[in-house]
Structures are given as structure tokens and as C-alpha cells.
Design a protein. Structure first.
Lengths: 551, 270
């Protein structure tokens, strides 16, 4: 079956197409070349003047796993305030900051997103994460496995085990947890918290294992490189949210010595200590370092003013933040001695100096990092703001006068110290297409997504160009997933399930011998039960496994 | 004269009937009341598909028939009364702020959760979580009273902050768990872990409960305020040992893992 999207303005940065009027042909879920003139076209969409982009990809959004469920359980008020009724097509749900799985999927699709990646899947919790992702319809999913504070890895590192063995362990973990990449959260810090350390800088040692975050970081980056994982190590650095952490972040960039690294929610890692309040923006220095180091990519983790909930594996800094919980309740917990988890509800206020400056720092980063291929649009959902505020964020980036209007409403002192008002840059549609489509796909190694060339999977979003970009990006005219029309005028017309992207890197199976011994001695589940199988994602008939190649 | 709802068809699956509430019936004709939406499982249907409606719509509702599959009756109600001739399902009187619900039979779990005011009287037994907070809430019942003449199950008065819960029969485990303030009376036996994590508030019992190690003995005395409470409860139909009004009580403080400002009082005989 042939579908033709006729005469739309195409934004396809992978092929350098910047708003040219073109026809796009879809056949059997894939974008294809123009068929010969006597081929029957089954359906034509006349898109004269409309904007066509690939389906958007969210590289960092907490949509599954234990912490999100804790957030859901802890916040009945979040559910009561945002109830979603069932319709003929969609099922009911609730929640704004931590929406239920089905609602998450629907809302992403209604904004033109076709793939979302859960950044903090604990390997011991992988089954739960995959079950939740299987319950998230409409979009493709994937997850990064969290390593770096787990006992087995830290033991290996402290006993100076061979890098090859560590790489095998990392490869085994990706296979066992069905992951799409590796994430490290506050390297070694989650473990240090359990040994009563309340902070851990890049070169400080974890008091129990005697290893520093720098060693952990380098070891994991080498492993990721050796295994040929397309997505560079996903780094949630040290000292999140601590004033003065700009130095740590710069040191981290220097520490990787030119190796590829993705630094996540970098807004929370760009704070200086200048001024009366000892809190200032380090965005300019961070942006300069990112501009100079082409091996580093970042996502921002923009905050927006509203009630939300912060959910992170970084129990050390979540504990430090629990004093500011709103409403006043929080959870910090250990998970299987391999990581931690902290859930703290939070309300960002525009009249609060720190929150207002955080907002400005995020935007400064967006506007000062020159290469949109290396900076991705995220709010670290739900930590900075719920993902439903992306259209608002896009408007802030594309519309200088709107941005300045907003700037004039925030805390006066914060607005005065920020350089945001003096930055003239406005993102173009082409750059938005890069940062929300092409660049995440490239970073994740999704060769057939994020572009509109022949052979790509037909995940396509069509918008009507409007001056108000928030409106434009919140209600796409059409969204196609695998060539099927799933959203029309911002409303779901067909429910699909999407697949799960995973990697199967090669590694030496010999590692299972020492793992087996470790599991028998220390773990609560056996090695055999710990490992997930593809069947578990597929078996209820909804899921689909998409194996992406390693480099 | 009240508005009479008579069950003519028993629902196959639970019926979400939060529309059965004087606030939602206000100003409606009988036909309009029958048109109000209810959820039968996941299908929206009309109230009239299950109930005949008659009488006067004057803020008083009388429900006849076995409605143990009906959920959320009287949720958010602020005035009037609902009289239920048989047993009722879960979430009855959720977050109600005024008025009265009288249940002649038994009530299921979650009776009067997060209630703000008003009165619920159950002539039979009630289930778990009477007058409690929803999972994740830090505050449960904030006012009003729940009187149960039979027994209740676990977690009665969980995170309650104000108001009165009185049980003529036995209570399950965790009575008054994490309670912030308020009064709970139990005239039968209580299960284990009474008052676990309580900050303030009083749990009054006719029998000696199994005390947690984090509670400490304070004194033996004759609390005057109890006389008023007990005579009120007797008026409300409770059968209480008349000696109790003049008897001695042992006072225990707790829970010391929290503020230690709560108390458990139990009757020690004359």
C-alpha cells in the first residue's frame, strides 16, 4: 500500500533538507522513493504548506521503573487533579507529573513523539521497567541500564580487575537487562551515601571501595567504547544541584580525554557560587566547554515553573534535597545494594531566586551551545517539568520576545543576574528538527529513525506553521507511526503499541562464571532469573523487540 | 418524605455511583436523577438502568436493596442525608464534608476516607481503612464522626487528623496507624500494633491492647472528658459498660518513634 504526503515543507536535517516542498511516499511502514508513474497510490494527504518532520525522539524521560511507580504511589493529589476519562479508543488514566503508563504514551503521541528512552533502568529492576514500558502505548521505547554504584562493578574496580573483564560485565548487563545503553548516576556516589558520605567529588574516594568517580567514569566509558555501544555513556555527573558544581562538570569534561560522553540534565550541573546568594549561572563556561569538545553531547533538563516530582537514582543528592519537598513527603531507598532511589515532590516557583535562575540557566545553555546536533531538548521528565511542557519550551527557544516577556515575570534579582535577556538567538524549525529528531536518533544509533530518507521507518509528524510555536507543537495535524496514521489534529485516531529498542553487544560469556558465584553468595535472585529474555517483552502480544546494531 | 431509590437490577460488576449524593441531586427532577451517569465496570450507563426513583427530592435519599456492589455513594456530599437499608460497597462517604449517612447493614472497605465533616453511622460491621487517608496521602480524616456499632478491620483512622471514630465491636490491626490527632474509641478487642507511628491523638479502648515497645506507661487516672464522649455514644446507640464512665484508665504515651504526644487509654475496671 502506497501513501503519499503531498507537497509539504520538509525539515530533514540528516539529508540537509530545510523546508523545501517535497512529496514523501510511504510503503508498508517505510519511507520509499517515488514509485513509477503507473503505480497506484492508495491514499494522498494534501499537505500544501504544512511542516513535515520525522517523529520526535525523547532521549531522556523517566517513564518506567521503580522510581516512577513510587512517585505515582506517593502522589494521590497529582492523580486527583488530572483525571483522564476513557474514550472509545483510549483507556483512562491520571496524573500530570507522574502520569500513568497509558496516559504517558497517548500524551507523547499527541505531541508528535514516536520514541522515548527511559534513562535509569536498574538491571535488577529491568523486568518491572520493561513491563511498564510495554504498557506505554503509541511510542517506541528503550532504556539505559544503570551501572557504577553496583557492588559487583565496584568490587571489580577496587580489586583492579582487567578492563576487558569489566567490559564483559557491562556487555552482559546490557544483554541481561535488554538495554539500549549504559547510564552512570553520580558515579560511586549512591554507594558512598550508604557508607555515610554526604558528598562525593570527582576525585574523592568512595570510603568503602576506595575508588573515585573519575575511575568509574573512565572505566565505563572504555567499556561502552569497546563494546561498540552506539550511544555514548549517559553520564549523570557528580554534585548535582550543588552551587559551584560548574567546576566539577568542567573537570568531568576534561577527565574523559576526548572520548565520547553524553552529559545529561546539564542544567543541574551548571551552578556557580558568585553573588550575594552564593548561587549563580555557570552556563557560559559549560557552553564554551561543550562548544570546544565535539566528543561531548548534552541534554538540558530544563526546569519550568510548576508542581512536579523529582525522581532520581541519585539518593545522595535527593536526600540533600528532601528538605525542600513540596508537598512534604519523600522516599529515599536502597535497591538490592546495587543502587538507590530518591523521590521528592517539588514545586518550582518563578518568584524564588534559585528556581528562577535555574530556569534561566537552562535556557542560556540551549542558546549558548552552538551545535544543535549535540544538545537535546529535555526537561528530564518529571524532574524539571512534565514532558507535556515541551511545546512551551520550544516556544521559549524560538521566540525571543516571548522569552523576554517570561523573563520579566520571574524573580527580579535572578532576572538581573542572568544574561538571558541579552541573547538574541532564536532557534529555527530546522534546528528544532535537529535537536528533537535527527540528533537523538544519531546519538542512539537509530539509523532508520529521525530522518525522512528512503528506507527510514515512517514515523512522521505534520504540523501547521503558526506564529505561536507552543500551539503549533502541541497539536500536530498528523502523526504517523510505522506508516499508520495514529494522531489527527492532536487527537489519537488509532492505538498502536510501538516496539522496544535493545542492543545485543558481543562479550565473553566466561564472565558468567564469576557472576554465578557472586549471585549465589549475595543476590536475592538467581542468575538465571535475573536475566530477561526477549520473549518476556513479546509474550503478551503487544510488545516487539527491535535489535539495533552495535558499532 | 425522602427521595427513594429502589434497586431493580443487580449490577454484574461494581457500579461507580458517586452521583448518589444530595449535592448532585439538588434541583433535579426525578427523571433527571434517573439520567445521571454511573459507571458499570468501564461502561457509562444511567442511574435509571439500575434504580427506580420516587418520592420528593428534598436533600434526603433513601436507598433500598442490596447495594454492596455500589462504590462512592455520598462521595463529596456536604448536606442532607442518605439512609441505606442494606449493606453498601467501598468508598462510601469519601471526602464528605457535611450531612449524614446511615447504613443499616455492613459497610465495605474505605468508609469515609479523607472525610472533612458530617456523620456516618453503620449499624453492622465496616471493612478496612475506616476514616483513613488514601495511599500516599499524609492526611486522612479531618473532621466529622464515624460510628460503627459492629466490628472494623485493619488500619482504622490511618493518618487521621481530627474527628471521632467509634467502634462498638472489635478492631483489626494497626488501629490509628500514623495518626496525627483525633479520637478513636474501640469497645471490643484490638489487633496488634495499635497506634503505630502516631504523633498525637487518643485511642481509647475498653480492653488492654497489645502495647508496642515504643509506648511507655504514664499514669492511671479517671479522665473527665471521657464521661461526655461516652454518654454521647450511648445516646447514639452504643452499648457500653456503665461503670466505664466512672472507672479508672491507664494512660500510655507514644509513639516514641514519632512525637510521643499520642496516648492510648484503656479501662482497667472500677
Amino acid at each position: 500500500m502506497y501513501i503519499k504526503l503531498s507537497n509539504g515543507k520538509v525539515y530533514d536535517p540528516v539529508h540537509g533538507i530545510n523546508g523545501e516542498q517535497r512529496d514523501i511516499y510511504i510503503r508498508d511502514g517505510q519511507i520509499t522513493r517515488k514509485p513509477s508513474s503507473n503505480t497506484k497510490i492508495d491514499k494522498v494527504y494534501d499537505l500544501n504548506g504544512k511542516i513535515i518532520m520525522a517523529g520526535a525522539i525523547d532521549i531522556h524521560t523517566h517513564i518506567g521503573g521503580g522510581k516512577v511507580n513510587i512517585a505515582r504511589m506517593m502522589l494521590p493529589e497529582d492523580h486527583q487533579a488530572d483525571l483522564v476519562s476513557r474514550t472509545e479508543l483510549t483507556r483512562s488514566g491520571c496524573g500530570n507529573a507522574a502520569p500513568s503508563t497509558l496516559t504517558t504514551g497517548y500524551r507523547y503521541a499527541e505531541m508528535g513523539y514516536t520514541a522515548c528512552f527511559e534513562p535509569a533502568m536498574l538491571p535488577s529492576n529491568a523486568r518491572q521497567s520493561h513491563m511498564e514500558m510495554a504498557d506505554t502505548p503509541m511510542v517506541d521505547k528503550g532504556a539505559y541500564a544503570m551501572l557504577g554504584s553496583d557492588d559487583f562493578f565496584l568490587r571489580m574496580l577496587s580489586s583492579k580487575k582487567d578492563q576487558a573483564a569489566i567490559s564483559d560485565y557491562v556487555g552482559w548487563t546490557i544483554n541481561a537487562s535488554k538495554a539500549m545503553g549504559i547510564k552512570v548516576v553520580n558515579p560511586g556516589g549512591i554507594s558512598a551515601f550508604k557508607f555515610n558520605q554526604r558528598q562525593l567529588d570527582l576525585d574523592e574516594q568512595n570510603s568503602h571501595y576506595g575508588v573515585s568517580p573519575r575511575e568509574i567514569l573512565l572505566s565505563l566509558i572504555r567499556a561502552v567504547t569497546e563494546l561498540g555501544i552506539p550511544h555514548p555513556l549517559h553520564v549523570h555527573g557528580c554534585n548535582l544541584g550543588v552551587p559551584g558544581n560548574v567546576e566539577t562538570t568542567l573537570d568531568t569534561i576534561k577527565a574523559v580525554e576526548g572520548m565520547r560522553m553524553h552529559m545529561t540534565h546539564v542544567q543541574f550541573h551548571s551552578y556557580g557560587t558568585e553573588g550575594d546568594k552564593k548561587f549563580s549561572s555557570g552556563a557560559a563556561e559549560i557552553a564554551e566547554a561543550i562548544n570546544k569538545n565535539p566528543n561531548v553531547s548534552v541534554d538540558v533538563g530544563q526546569i519550568l515553573f510548576n508542581q512536579t516530582v523529582t525522581a532520581s537514582g541519585d539518593s545522595l543528592h535527593q536526600y540533600a534535597g528532601h528538605w525542600h519537598a513540596h508537598p512534604k513527603k519523600w522516599v529515599i531507598m536502597d535497591i538490592e545494594c546495587d543502587a538507590g532511589c530518591g523521590v521528592v515532590p517539588f514545586k518550582y516557583r518563578d518568584k524564588n531566586f534559585v528556581n528562577a535562575l535555574q530556569w534561566a540557566i537552562g535556557l542560556e545553555l540551549f542558546l549558548l551551545v552552538e551545535d544543535p546536533w549535540r544538545i537535546f531538548l529535555t526537561t528530564d521528565h518529571p524532574n524539571g517539568a512534565p514532558f507535556t511542557s515541551y511545546p512551551h519550551l520550544i516556544r521559549l527557544l524560538m521566540d525571543k520576545s516571548f522569552r523576554n516577556d517570561m523573563l520579566s515575570t520571574i524573580n527580579k534579582e535572578a532576572a538581573k543576574t542572568s544574561t538571558l535577556g541579552s541573547i538574541d538567538r532564536e532557534y529555527s524549525l530546522y534546528e528544532i528538527a535537529i535537536m528533537t529528531r535527527a540528533a537523538p536518533a544519531r546519538s542512539l544509533g537509530l539509523k532508520s529513525r529521525g530522518h525522512l530518507g528512503s528506507g527510514a521507518i515512517a514515523d512522521i509528524t505534520v504540523y501547521t506553521e503558526q506564529k505561536n510555536k507552543e500551539k503549533m507543537f502541541s497539536t500536530p495535524d498528523y502523526v504517523f507511526k510505522d506508516g499508520e496514521l495514529i494522531v489527527k489534529n492532536g487527537k489519537i485516531v488509532k492505538v498502536v503499541n510501538g516496539g522496544t529498542h535493545i542492543l545485543k553487544p558481543e562479550f565473553d560469556k566466561g564472565i558468567e562464571k564469576s557472576l554465578k558465584r557472586y549471585f549465589d553468595d549475595f543476590q536475592t535472585v538467581s542468575l538465571g532469573n535475573y536475566k530477561m529474555h526477549d520473549d518476556e517483552i513479546i509474550e503478551d502480544g503487544r510488545g516487539k523487540v527491535i535489535v539495533q546494531p552495535c558499532m | 418524605m425522602a427521595l427513594i431509590l429502589k434497586l431493580h437490577t443487580q449490577p454484574d460488576v461494581p457500579l461507580e455511583a458517586d452521583c448518589i449524593c444530595p449535592d448532585k441531586f439538588a434541583q433535579l427532577s426525578l427523571q433527571q436523577v434517573e439520567q445521571l451517569p454511573v459507571f458499570h465496570g468501564n461502561r457509562q450507563v444511567a442511574l435509571g438502568d439500575f434504580f427506580h426513583c420516587s418520592g420528593d427530592n428534598d436533600g434526603h435519599i433513601q436507598i433500598e436493596g442490596d447495594i454492596s456492589k455500589l462504590k462512592h455513594i455520598g462521595s463529596m456530599m456536604s448536606f442532607g442525608s442518605i439512609r441505606i437499608s442494606g449493606s453498601v460497597g467501598v468508598h462510601t462517604g469519601a471526602a464528605m464534608s457535611g450531612g449524614e449517612i446511615i447504613i443499616e447493614g455492613d459497610a465495605d472497605d474505605w468508609l469515609g476516607p479523607e472525610m472533612l465533616g458530617g456523620r456516618i453511622v453503620v449499624k453492622g460491621n465496616a471493612g478496612h481503612m475506616v476514616g483513613s487517608g488514601y495511599r500516599g496521602s499524609t492526611v486522612g480524616m479531618q473532621g466529622g464522626e464515624i460510628l460503627v456499632l459492629g466490628n472494623v478491620k485493619n488500619e482504622t483512622g490511618h493518618v487521621m487528623r481530627r474527628g471521632l471514630i467509634a467502634v462498638n465491636g472489635n478492631a483489626g490491626d494497626f488501629t490509628g496507624v500514623n495518626m496525627l490527632a483525633g479520637n478513636i474509641f474501640v469497645f471490643g478487642e484490638m489487633g496488634i500494633r495499635t497506634g503505630a507511628g502516631m504523633k498525637r491523638g487518643s485511642i481509647v479502648s475498653q480492653t488492654e491492647p497489645q502495647m508496642l515497645p515504643t509506648f511507655s506507661y504514664a499514669c492511671r487516672y479517671r479522665p473527665v472528658f471521657l464521661t461526655h464522649y461516652l454518654s454521647y455514644l450511648v445516646e447514639s446507640g452504643f452499648s457500653i459498660d456503665p461503670d466505664m464512665t466512672r472507672g479508672e484508665f491507664e494512660r500510655w504515651c507514644g509513639d516514641s518513634v514519632e512525637l510521643n504526644r499520642g496516648e492510648i487509654l484503656f479501662y482497667t475496671g472500677k
